[in-house]
Design a protein around this ligand. Structure first.
Ligand code: ASP
Ligand code: MG
Length: 412
């Protein structure tokens, strides 16, 4: 029988009532003839609560015990979902990650999935089980310890199961009805996209659109898993939500399909560093060792052998960045006159695969911001994305005016 993966996020299983409602959706797919693998998150708020317990008990906690605790929220919803399905006469049972087993690396709290053997579940499907309810977010390490996949990791569990079982589709049920051209709370003209390409979704997810864990989109792209994002609160038709799929499956597309933003950015400038071979490695090596996620980088032209180096990183990593750079300076590996942090910036990005073939997108973006009197501090581009760093107070204005300028409220 064809397999379907259905993932229910925390808000979709937040109460027994909602679990019942989700189970009904599962029942509909079972009736269509699918064997269904249901991946559940913990009830909303539950994982935060567990993370809090761990921190209160042990500030410098043992990561293995952290995983043992925070993975438990999903065990509850998996069991409850299986019971609810059984009450509806749907043959179902729950599986914790280790029972499948979902094999991961031993990087506790940020483990990667290595393999999902399919024989256990397939044997039960062959026996008449119609729904395997699997606890998301968790797995087992080579050492036999429980691991978790990072916050939001149930999305990744779902996609990995879809890939392993060759599922027809992976439906992600959440509290929004799809992926939007931008955040509807900022731009009221934001439009729900019917389809979006993996590459675009990957950019949007890593730029802070919180619908899907970035890693899950990477996996879906690698294994060509059709991903659908849809709401568990609305009656659903077969083409509801947003389909995240390969570019070839998208007929109509604008040049720019999304405006993303991130409020929590900082811009750091090293003033007057020696411009010599190896200087970038000497700066960004220690930053990377310190776990600083550097995003945009500019090296200015140099004068008399010295130059300024500017980069951006998440605002909560500024202290770490400062520490690692000043330590590198103390070790004599780099030399700079000053290190200036600007923590009042935000990043706004335009994303679209159409940029590969159409020129003028950057110019239009810059003109739009100029017309609004917004100063651009740093620019970075990739094949399908243009990002600018601007003063945070202009962020909403920039998002709205770019959404208008690129006419994202309609398919052009
Ligand atoms: N419950 C976990 C979290 O809140 C995993 C997930 O829901 O995706 O991060
Ligand atoms: Mg989530």
């Amino acid at each position: 029988m064809p397999v379907l993966v259905m993932k229910f996020g925390g808000t979709s299983v937040a109460t027994l009532d909602r679990i019942r409602r989700a189970a009904k959706r599962v029942g509909v797919e079972v009736a269509k003839g699918y064997d269904v693998i249901v991946i559940v998150s913990a009830m909303s708020g539950e994982t935060n609560k567990l993370v809090g317990y761990v921190g209160e008990t042990s500030p410098l906690y043992d990561a293995r015990e952290y995983d043992a605790v925070v993975s438990s929220g999903e065990n509850v919803t998996a069991g409850l979902m299986a019971l609810t399905l059984q009450e509806m006469d749907v043959p179902a049972r729950s599986w914790q990650g280790w029972q499948v087993p979902l094999l991961t690396t031993s990087a506790h709290s940020a483990a990667r999935i290595e393999e999902i053997p399919t024989d256990n579940l397939n044997a039960r499907f062959a026996d008449g089980m119609r729904v395997a309810v699997v606890a998301g977010f968790q797995g087992i390490s080579p050492e036999g310890r429980i691991t978790t996949l990072g916050r939001g990791g149930s999305d990744t569990t779902a996609v990995a199961f879809a890939a392993a079982f060759g599922a027809e589709r992976c439906d992600i049920y959440t509290d929004v009805d799809g992926v939007y051209t931008t955040d509807p709370r900022i731009a009221d003209k934001a439009r729900k996209l019917d389809r979006i390409a993996f590459e675009e979704m990957l950019e949007l997810a890593s730029l802070g659109a919180k619908v899907l864990q970035t890693r899950s989109v990477e996996l879906a792209m690698r294994y060509n898993v059709k991903l659908r994002v849809l709401s568990s609160f609305e009656e659903q038709s077969d083409d509801a939500g947003t389909l995240v799929c390969a570019e070839e499956e998208i007929v109509e597309s604008n040049v720019v399909n999304g405006i993303a933003y991130s409020r929590d950015e900082a811009k750091m400038t090293l003033i007057s560093v020696a411009d010599r071979p190896g200087i970038a490695a000497a700066i960004f090596g220690p930053l990377s060792d310190a776990g600083v996620n550097v995003d945009m980088i500019i090296q200015n032209i140099s004068e008399e052998g010295r130059t300024d180096m500017t980069f951006s990183c998440p605002i909560d990593q500024v202290a770490r960045a400062e520490k690692s750079l000043s330590e590198a300076k103390d070790r004599g590996e780099i030399n700079y006159h000053d290190l200036v942090a600007d923590t009042n910036v935000a990043k706004v990005s335009a994303v679209g695969i159409g940029m590969r073939s159409q020129s003028g997108v950057a110019a239009k973006m810059f003109q739009t911001l100029r017309d609004e009197g917004v100063n651009i501090k740093v620019i970075a581009t990739s094949e399908i994305k243009i990002s600018v760093l601007i003063d945070r107070k202009y962020m909403e204005l920039a998002v709205q005016s770019l959404h208008d300028a690129f006419e994202l409220d309609k398919v052009t």
